[in-house]
Design a protein around this ligand. Structure first.
Ligand code: GDP
Ligand code: IMO
Ligand code: MG
Length: 432
């Protein structure tokens, strides 16, 4: 079956946007199936840098159809801004090539306020959310009181539902979190005005994709966030509120379980995390400053959505292997290899000491409490000085680079098929 899944193997920001843009060259439909505008996917084409939060990265190619599946939570205000940003850049955004599932849920301004109020109420135990209202919108979905995109098609009932939502949110905000009340009528009208502009794009996405599959169209699924932020398999509770793994594609797009051609695990050549939670291989020394960069380059480690400096560290192979298994990854797409140039030695974690006992495989579900008890055990391999950015052929890679790649492959048991050596579309080495 012509399904390809591109999924993040770490705590997000692995370079999914960059990889999906490249993979979209030969596909018809590119679909997001989870999360919302907490994602920030960067695509660099020549001197243009696109930062996409909702619309699939494959939309930059003129031949694709971009799809937002039912698994998403959508803020109409930021979605409309993104559609406009793309139009200004010459990308065609029409109902013919951009579809929104009628079963996706909305994020309202009240969800954002609740997200922020909950974070401050958590005090020292903050998750470090993006403040985009993701969790509260999924809470309403699970509590079966969410507002679905398809509700827009009954305008009067939609208006009532939205008002009721803001009234309920007011109780939570004022009584539980001691925040000022929302002005329900004006906020509801503004929200309805924005959401209504999306009506032309509404589709029964599940049915459309099921049809496309029958006609052997190739579907590329673009995950948001990363495996270690998955609600079930990630470092709970320091996770997001959706299914970020490959498994989420079936329920998040509304298609049946069926064979998938490729599950491409996107991973950086080192480790990063933005937000709170355990990070066994985190660094705080001059190597951390080296890996993060100062912010002077567009690819330096500062959040695409929030601008926060990302926490950085050595590649954690124990977690990478776990992610490979959880996703059934068939191959790895390794990004930011160029960033390691200039280091004398590259370290990587191959096992932990968990309460002093060696552990080389996660024998728990990645939860934060267990991960916090793990001390990394490192091995190392020689670094390299060469600038990798101009290299386009595998045979031209310095032997230290191929050795590091072989170590990753041997540990994870799957091949590295592509190595990215710069943010730009062409800066990639595909294994022959
Ligand atoms: P995503 O959320 O997984 O799509 O990743 P982000 O876009 O948030 O962060 C990845 C950053 O790294 C972006 O600024 C990309 O342009 C950049 N990037 C991706 N691949 C490479 C690479 O191979 N080398 C360098 N230097 N930058 C890269
Ligand atoms: P992309 O798709 C990195 C993190 C937040 C926080 C946690 C919960 O660009 O890889 P949320 O707002 O989702 O409730 O925050 O998840 N987070 C991300 N970190 N990349 C992302 O997306 C993220 N989306 C959410 O920082 O720790
Ligand atoms: Mg990102």
């Amino acid at each position: 079956m012509p399904i390809i899944i591109a999924v993040g193997m770490q705590w997000g920001d692995e370079g999914k946007g960059r990889a999906v843009d490249l993979l979209s060259e030969d596909v018809e439909i590119v679909a997001r199936y989870n999360g919302g505008d907490n994602a920030g996917h960067t695509v660099t084409v020549g001197d243009k840098i696109f930062k996409l939060h909702l619309i699939p990265s494959g939309i930059i190619h003129g031949h694709t159809i971009g799809v937002l599946g039912n698994g998403l939570v959508l803020n109409p205000a930021t979605l409309l801004e993104e559609m406009e940003m793309l139009r200004q850049a010459g990308i065609i955004i029409t109902p013919e090539r951009f579809w929104i599932s009628d079963a996706a849920h909305f994020i309202t301004p009240a969800h954002r306020l609740i997200d922020r109020a909950q974070e401050s109420a958590r005090g020292k135990s903050q998750i470090g959310t993006t403040g985009r209202g993701i969790g509260p919108s999924y809470v309403d979905k699970c509590a079966r009181r969410g507002i679905r995109v398809g509700n827009l098609l009954q305008p009067e009932a939609f208006r009532e539902k939205v008002k009721q939502h803001f009234e309920d949110a007011n109780k939570l905000l004022t009584i539980l979190y001691r925040q000022p009340a929302i002005e329900v009528t004006s906020m509801a009208e503004e929200f309805i005005g924005q959401a209504s502009q999306l009506i032309p794009y509404i589709k029964c996405v599940g049915m459309q994709i099921r049809h496309a599959l029958k006609y052997h169209k190739i579907i590329l699924a673009e995950a948001a966030q990363g495996t270690l932020l998955d609600l079930d398999q990630g470092s709970y509770p320091f996770v997001t509120s959706s299914c970020t793994t490959a498994a989420g594609i079936f329920s998040g797009l509304g298609i049946g379980i069926q064979p998938v051609d490729r599950v491409i695990g996107i991973t950086k050549a080192f480790q990063t995390r933005v937000g709170a939670g355990p990070f066994p291989t985190e660094l705080f020394d001059k190597t951390a400053a080296f890996l993060r960069g100062t912010g002077s380059n567009p690819w330096d480690e500062y959040g695409t959505t929030t601008g926060r400096p990302r926490r950085v560290g050595w590649l954690d192979l124990v977690l990478l292997k776990y992610a490979v298994e959880i996703n059934g990854a068939t191959e790895l797409f390794l990004t930011k290899m160029d960033v390691l140039s200039g280091l004398d030695e590259i370290k990587f974690c191959t096992e932990y000491l968990m309460d002093g006992i060696p552990v080389s495989e996660l024998n728990f579900s990645g939860g934060a409490a267990e991960l916090e008890r793990c001390q990394p055990v490192y091995r190392s391999t020689p670094g390299w000085q060469a600038d990798l950015r101009p290299i386009r052929k595998w045979k031209d890679l310095p032997p230290q680079v191929t050795k590091y790649i072989q170590i990753i492959e041997a540990f994870c048991g799957i091949p590295v098929t592509q190595v990215s050596v710069g943010p730009e579309r062409s800066a990639v080495i595909t294994r022959e």
